[in-house]
Design a protein around this ligand. Structure first.
Ligand code: UDP
Length: 245
């Protein structure tokens, strides 16, 4: 059987393009247990170099899409077979369209209160058949955690989107997946910021040429330190002799 994932600097990335990622989601949502989707970029792969737990969590997920152009470059250099970037936000939008046409329900967990609320309103505006079971900001005290999980479980959303940023969202989903009452849980990073209109995605020209990271950097220079992960990643990839599938 051909391997369905590659390992980039030891991190599992599934060999999927946008179409295949969506098909895999369609299969996951049919299962009778919680499935988990993550969307790592080069920054997360670099985080996982120093965080074995994160590496394990990604390895044990149900779908891990390549959400960074650096991962595609790494695949080209080492001939691993990844063909295109699968942006988490785009996969999420397709999942929302699916939920809209099949009347599935969702819950939004994460981001600032106002952002989370306005992402929920925007989703309702765009996809009126989706039942938004609820939303909860990502800034709450640890004592409230169990109550939040209980609420989500009582509401039984089909899809749970978690937007705490990496690696917090991956760890949260992993640690709670056995007790969550949903079909699919997905880590979506800054997606609520984008959906709410608070943060604009890069124009198509930047996206299509693989420079979305540059646009984000120009818009928000405080990301500079985080962005250093990209050249560091490329250097490590170039120095890696044997990146096996
Ligand atoms: N966030 C949160 N709780 C936290 C830390 C972060 O809800 O304790 C939210 C933050 O407000 C933002 C998202 O997580 O909406 C992370 O966005 P970022 O752009 O860092 O994610 P990326 O897409 O780059 O992984």
């Amino acid at each position: 059987m051909t391997q369905t994932y590659v390992k980039i600097l030891g991190v599992r990335i599934d060999k999927v393009d946008r179409e295949e990622a969506y098909k895999r989601f369609l299969n996951l949502i049919k299962r009778d247990r919680v499935s988990v989707i993550y969307t790592p970029n080069t920054e997360i792969v670099m985080m996982a170099q120093k965080d074995e737990e994160l590496k394990e969590i990604l390895y044990n997920a149900d779908l891990v899409v390549p959400d960074g152009v650096g991962l595609i470059y790494a695949s080209k250099i080492h001939n691993l077979g990844l063909t295109e970037r699968v942006a988490g936000i785009e996969l999420m939008e397709r999942m929302l369209k699916f939920c809209n046409s099949t009347k599935q329900s969702i819950y939004l967990l994460g981001a600032k209160e106002e952002i989370c609320k306005s992402a929920a309103e925007k989703i309702h505006e765009l996809y009126s058949n989706i039942e938004i079971k609820g939303y909860q900001s990502g800034y709450y005290s640890p004592e409230d955690e169990q109550k939040i999980i209980d609420t989500i479980n009582e509401l039984k959303p089909d899809l749970l989107f978690v937007a705490f940023g990496a690696p917090k969202q991956e760890k949260w989903i992993h640690h709670n997946k056995k007790i969550l009452n949903c079909k699919v849980a997905m880590g979506v990073g800054g997606a609520f910021d984008v959906l709410s209109g608070t943060v604009k995605r890069a124009p198509k020209i930047f996206r299509n040429t693989g420079f979305e990271w540059l646009y984000r950097l120009l818009k928000n220079p405080t990301r500079f330190k985080r962005m250093l992960a990209l050249p560091h990643f490329m250097l490590k990839v170039l120095l890696e002799r044997d990146m096996k599938q």
